[in-house]
Write a protein that binds this ligand. Structure first.
Ligand code: UFG
Length: 322
């Protein structure tokens, strides 16, 4: 298929592009490089330096004819979204509306969308399945949930067929070592652990050790970015075969605590990784993990790289290359 990957120069996007190319698809990346990196592009993909807030640019891009598109272009810092909601509504929501309208106008009606576990908010029960109540605790999560609703309506009214993939905690790097562009100023756990291991940070903070979990620190469902990428390829196949829309959770179904992540990183890197306990971070649920039974059933998706050792060693490999 001829696929337009919007946000394809980013952390997850670049892994998706690699998986698409490997499966024989032809790929054009559309990215404004605000957080995406030129070094994440592949020589086999075409590149449009464009912005989703520019409808004319989107229209011209879709006009060249694509069988499908993947939309990963979004701001994703939950904390920041509570301080600068305007930035998130403009880019994530208005930007998506621009994309949808340009796609429909140019008759491109197959889409894969990056949604997030952030749409669920505080868990009512575990593991989180697709039917779990949606009650985002931050504005970022709200933007993703809102877009899922747009997709339902564009399906009904314009016959858009989509797969919405709700990622749990994306982590890890390309195990082949081909993608190693690092995010700037990361706030997520594993990059922070790695920056501390490298000496880029003197010490890291563990946000809370008084949670009701096995070691007092928060538990999350980390899923390897190459496994997420594989789900995008399977999602495109699903839409082509079935011509119906689908929304699934993507997690490894394994909970890892903050302390377990740091201790395993110490073993794998051989570095000290100084860490101190500080107070809880606002809006952090104690425990969050998914069931991916539905993704398994509908997409045949089975994570291969989401064990803790591969998550950490592949990320460490990327940091060492830098
Ligand atoms: N943490 C620390 N110290 C740090 C960074 C994180 O202790 O320096 C802890 C957090 O408190 C949390 C855990 O590590 O308990 C994971 O935190 P992240 O910031 O890496 O990830 P979140 O679970 O907060 O959120 C991530 C993405 C969201 C997405 C969500 C889905 O950032 O965009 O996963 O589950 F919605």
């Amino acid at each position: 298929m001829k696929v337009l990957v919007i946000g394809g120069a980013g952390y997850i996007g670049s892994h998706v592009v690699k998986a698409l190319l490997k499966s024989g698809h032809s790929v054009t990346v559309f990215d404004n490089l605000s957080s995406g990196l030129r070094q994440n592009l592949f020589k086999q993909n075409d590149f449009i330096h464009g912005d989703i807030l520019n409808p004319a640019q989107l229209d011209a891009s879709f006009a060249s004819g694509f069988d499908a598109f993947i939309h990963l272009a979004a701001f994703k810092a939950a904390g920041e979204s509570m301080i600068e909601p305007e930035k998130y509504s403009l880019n994530n929501i208005s930007g998506t509306i621009n994309i949808l309208n340009a796609a429909i106008k140019n008759n491109c009606k197959k889409m894969v969308f990056s949604s997030s576990a952030a749409i669920f908010g505080e868990p009512q029960y575990l593991p989180i399945d697709e039917k779990h109540p949606k009650n985002p605790e931050n504005f970022y999560g709200f933007t993703k949930l809102d877009i899922e609703h747009y997709l339902e309506w564009y399906d009904k009214l314009r016959n858009l067929k989509y797969v919405a993939l709700r990622y749990f905690n994306a982590a890890g790097y390309d195990p082949d070592g081909e993608i190693f562009g690092l995010e700037q100023n990361p706030a997520n756990l594993l990059p922070v652990v790695m920056e501390t291991a490298c000496g880029m940070r003197k010490e890291m903070s563990i946000f809370g050790n008084d949670y009701d979990t096995r070691d007092g620190t928060c538990i999350r469902d980390y899923v390897h970015v190459s496994d997420l990428a594989d789900a995008h390829v399977k999602a495109l196949e699903y839409i082509s075969d079935k011509n119906e829309s689908l929304t699934v959770n993507l997690g490894s179904e394994t909970g890892i605590s903050v302390t377990e992540m740091i201790e395993t990183a110490r073993r794998i890197t051989g570095k000290e990784i100084p860490a101190k306990y500080v107070g809880r971070r606002l809006g952090d649920p104690a425990c969050l993990y998914a069931t991916s039974a539905y993704a398994r059933e509908k997409l045949g998706w089975i994570p291969k790289y989401s064990d803790i050792d591969t998550l950490i060693s592949s990320t460490w490999q990327a940091y060492q290359k830098n």
